[in-house]
Design a protein around this ligand. Structure first.
Ligand SMILES: [Fe+2]
Length: 607
């Protein structure tokens, strides 16, 4: 019965995961504890949490595994530098100190942080992604695609998963990378690389893919197997600290958009163009791996697998019958993948046959807080609250939503991965015209163009959306049912102000209907989150709609909340009206006035 701790850190979004005899016990990202978004530092807090959750003393760990082979990555960096030297000297000198002090000393660092004497293993980056996609999936056999910016040398891999075995068939290598190409456009559009890709995807429906041919002619080609080849003259990541080169500026008529400045038609059209390019590339990859493996099911991971619009197209237009995507698809998920790869591939744990359900447990793999702990916290702070009997909980939340209020919802174990799935969520009524505006501007303090996601009970998904498939991790986009859609004026005004366009009612669930009549769907399952399921059921009894708005419990730039303290702080700083906190009900009107000496909006760096 081996126990394995997986660790990912020092690149982006550190995390730890604990796996016992092939079963996922716990997994969490460091940012949730340190309150620093995408915190890449050594995940001491996550490790501590995982060991506590599993009740495993360090001496009982059989293996610790890191999700990447730093020596290989170092080899890539040296090679890349020598290819462009002396041009890349600046970026070389910037990255070197960290390499020497951290990444090449990982076993020492692990042993410095925890008193562990057992073996420390390293799993190749894309094998970790592939393992994270396949082992928790409901499939006994599947084709696997991993796509990201870069990990060691690989930027994408085609993989076969069978029983307890995961075998890499083929890899695409740096600098050819769909992830880096998408990130270059993210950077150019004025968003942050490694996190703003999501915003670029959200912006795409407002534009036309006018630059698609230009991209294909000048910047990147898609090969028959879906991999891309980049024309490096247009990129800066090889020899400078920027993603794009001056030639990229020339091609698109001027320098990149400065962060937080006005979004213009050019950015919208560029977003639409690179999105279509990415979809074409991913569809071809899916076709290729289907042909090579002959499998009916596909598993996806790697940061690019968070592109839920492309995932929706793979499901609708691709050759596979079924699709499963690791919710922690980015590098945080590498901790889990590495641990699973070691359990099955190294310790020889048997992988039992599928029961039809996945083994990710709804991705509710983080810390939970008992009602006693929550009550003690509320008493300590002197915060007025009402204790809700078990049978009144779902109804109280649903009633507040039906009355048009915005409710913070804190229940059970925190989610692993970038999406809030109804454990640390803010909920609203999707049928109201003003929900999207209020949530964006008064609660999340973020860009007005960004749509919200619907959480719908699983058996009713096709009542609202053109999809029969479940989407428990909010990783599939599908059209809203045609009969629900309303005609709307789709012309974006000359001044590029998106707010009037966003505010137009596009369906009878306007808060979750995107500009192009699509929605990023979360299906809610009784088996994994019974209370959230009940809330939506009660909401349906009150309104006839089995769907609510679900957005992550945080403000812009802040990591998703973890503890009751985080929840209360976020509740009091925003215009959220009610808070459901693990069995307790808080009304904003009754709370003491917030007393803070500094402007909390400056606390979090904008994402
Ligand atoms: Fe990765």
């Amino acid at each position: 019965m081996p126990i394995t701790l997986g660790i990912s850190c020092f690149y982006h979004d550190a995390a730890a995961a604990l796996v016992h005899d092939g079963e996922i016990v716990a997994a969490a990202q460091e940012e949730r504890f340190s309150r620093r978004k995408y915190d890449p530092s050594f995940p001491s807090n996550s490790i501590l949490y995982c060991l506590e959750e599993g009740d495993v003393p360090v001496r009982n760990l059989d293996t610790i595994v890191f999700y990447d082979k730093p020596a290989l990555t170092f080899d890539r960096l040296v090679n890349s530098y020598l290819n462009v030297a002396p041009k890349g000297l600046n970026s070389w000198l910037t990255s070197m100190p960290r390499w020497l002090s951290q990444k090449l000393r990982i076993p020492d660092l692990i042993r410095e942080h925890i008193d562990y004497k057992g073996p420390i293993l390293f799993v190749p980056h894309h094998l970790a992604h592939a393992a994270s996609a396949f082992y928790p999936s409901p499939f006994d056999e599947a084709a696997i695609l991993t796509i990201d910016g870069v990990g060691e040398w690989a930027t994408a891999s085609y993989v076969l998963g069978k029983g307890a075995e995961v075998k890499i068939l083929k890899e695409m290598h740096y600098p050819d990378s769909l992830g880096l190409l998408y990130s270059a456009f993210t950077y150019f559009a004025g968003f942050k690389v490694n996190s703003g890709e999501y915003k670029l995807m959200g912006l795409a429906p407002y534009g036309e893919p006018k630059y698609l041919n230009l991209i294909k002619e000048k910047i990147a080609k898609i090969r028959d197997d879906g991999t891309v080849s980049l024309n490096l003259e247009y990129f800066g990541f090889l020899d400078r600290l920027e993603m794009t080169s001056p030639r990229f500026d020339e091609l698109f008529g001027g320098p990149r958009r400065m962060p937080e400045s006005r979004i213009t038609r050019r950015e919208m059209d560029m977003a639409a163009s690179i999105q279509v390019f990415a979809e074409e590339s991913m569809l071809k990859m899916a076709n290729w791996v289907h042909k090579e493996t002959g499998k009916r099911n596909l598993c996806l991971a790697g940061g690019v697998a968070l592109n839920c619009v492309a995932n929706g197209r793979i499901l609708r237009e691709g050759p596979f019958e079924d699709l499963w995507i690791q919710p922690a698809a980015g590098d945080a998920g590498g901790a889990l993948g590495a641990a699973l790869a070691v359990e099955f591939g190294y310790h020889g744990v048997e992988r039992t046959n599928s029961t039809g359900l996945d083994r990710q447990k709804g991705s509710y793999l983080g810390p939970a807080f008992s009602e006693d702990e929550v009550e003690a916290f509320l008493e300590r702070g002197g915060y007025p609250f009402k204790r809700l009997p078990v049978e009144e909980r779902a109804t109280t939340v649903a009633k507040a939503l039906a009355d048009g209020h915005i409710v913070g919802f804190f229940s059970g174990r925190m989610e692993y991965g970038p999406r809030a799935l109804g454990a640390r969520s803010i909920l609203g009524d999707p049928t109201r015209d003003d929900t999207q505006r209020i949530m964006n501007l008064k609660i999340k303090y973020r860009e007005s163009f960004r749509p919200f996601a619907p959480a719908v009970i699983n058996d009713k998904v096709s009542v609202y959306f053109e999809i029969e498939h479940s989407s428990p991790y909010m990783l599939l986009v599908a059209p809203v049912q045609k009969a629900r859609c309303l005609p709307s004026n789709s012309i974006i005004p000359e001044d590029d102000d998106l707010l009037p366009v966003v505010s137009q009612k596009r369906s009878d669930i306007p808060a979750v209907t995107h500009y192009d009549y699509s929605a990023r769907i979360e299906t809610v399952h009784r088996e994994t989150n019974p209370l959230f399921y009940q809330v939506i059921k009660r909401f349906e009894e009150l309104t006839n709609y089995a769907v609510v708005v679900n957005t992550s419990f945080n403000v812009r730039g802040e990591p998703i909340i973890c503890t009751p303290e985080d929840a209360y702080r976020c509740f009091s700083r925003t215009e959220m009206e009610y808070l459901y906190l693990e069995g307790f009900w808080l009304d904003k009107k009754q709370q003491p006035k917030l007393q803070e000496t500094t402007d909390w909006r400056k606390e979090f760096e904008l994402d």
